[in-house]
Design a protein around this ligand. Structure first.
Ligand code: T46
Length: 278
């Protein structure tokens, strides 16, 4: 499917001049929560980022500029130079804007309020983000997790208690009938790298958990995508809040959770509890 999705905007121009009317969920496929415009450009390229969860329509009201869109597999480009044409930018797409004409005025309509946490501004991180998939927690993942959770460092960081092979097997067998435990595998291209899920449901609240068992994948900014995925599952299940437990010394994880708007609600001996209202 083409990355360049252009739409003709409803145009009511006549001999008095041009008029374009854009309506949420009608002429464009989302509710507009924000608009911004870029002007007085100095022909300096802009963009160079992707968004995790944002739909946008860009309209060049005056002048022209060139967009490059890249989904990690292939790139496409398009010149915007018409106030009656909108470029829909959605999904995990790296965007760059080049060749601004001096008189360019670029209007962008966005489906969400501004959030810096929604930006991926590093290309390598973007490529990693594309490669990461949340998949079914199969027997292969289950067997891997025995290895992962018996690694001393991971066991410590995830606060996993001692467990036997038999206990783990009965846990796996029960998964199919349990309604109070969601578990998913995390893969990177063809590699199985971790697991995540939701547990301990109390009314409209649940505990979020995740780990990357394959240490080669630590520090690549993958946690954010896993968290966003679990939050979307929680929202679909009509949960109102998510909480998580994190070791006090796990500063990297705590900083990620803070960026994603989790706030500390309780301090225990070794760990803190953080919560987010969805
Ligand atoms: C996009 C392309 C097409 C805000 O505080 N609120 C906002 O709504 C926006 C759009 C930006 N900002 C701040 C964030 C930065 O500190 O303004 C500063 C410049 O933003 P940025 O460097 O991201 O601008 P562009 O032109 O590179 O990218 C913009 C949008 O940010 C982005 O979402 O898709 O246009």
């Amino acid at each position: 499917m083409s990355l360049v999705k252009l739409i003709d905007l409803p145009s009511f121009g006549d001999e008095r001049g041009g008029l374009v009317a854009i309506e949420s969920n009608q002429s464009i496929p989302f509710d507009v929560k924000r608009l911004y415009y870029i002007f007085n450009t100095a022909d300096k390229p802009r963009g160079f980022h992707a968004h995790i969860d944002l739909k946008q329509v860009a309209v060049c009201l005056k002048g022209s500029c060139r967009f490059i869109l890249d989904d990690g597999q292939h790139k496409e480009e398009v010149v915007l130079d018409s106030p009656t044409q909108g470029l829909i930018i959605e999904g995990l797409v790296w965007r760059e804007m080049h060749d601004f004409s001096e008189d360019c005025v670029l209007l962008v309509l966005a489906s969400e309020h501004f959030s810096e946490a929604d930006y991926i501004r590093d290309y390598e991180q973007f490529i990693n983000y594309v490669a990461l998939k949340i998949v079914n927690y199969s027997l292969e993942f289950f067997e891997k997790s025995w290895e992962w959770l018996n690694d001393e460092e991971l066991k410590y960081l995830t606060m996993t208690p001692d467990f036997t092979k038999e206990q783990q097997e009965s846990f796996f067998k029960n998964l199919a009938i349990r309604k109070d435990y969601y578990i998913y595998g995390v893969s990177f291209n063809e590699d199985m790298i971790g697991a995540c899920g939701l547990k301990n449901f109390i009314e409209d609240k649940a505990e979020l958990w995740l780990y990357i068992g394959n240490k080669e994948y630590w520090g690549k900014g993958l946690g954010k995508k896993i968290m966003k995925f679990l939050e979307s599952v929680a929202s679909q299940k009509k949960l109102k809040k998510l909480y998580l437990k994190v070791l006090k010394e796990n500063k990297v994880a705590i900083s990620l959770y803070k960026k994603l708007n989790y706030i500390e609600i309780q301090e225990c001996n070794e760990y803190i509890v953080m919560e987010k209202t969805l």
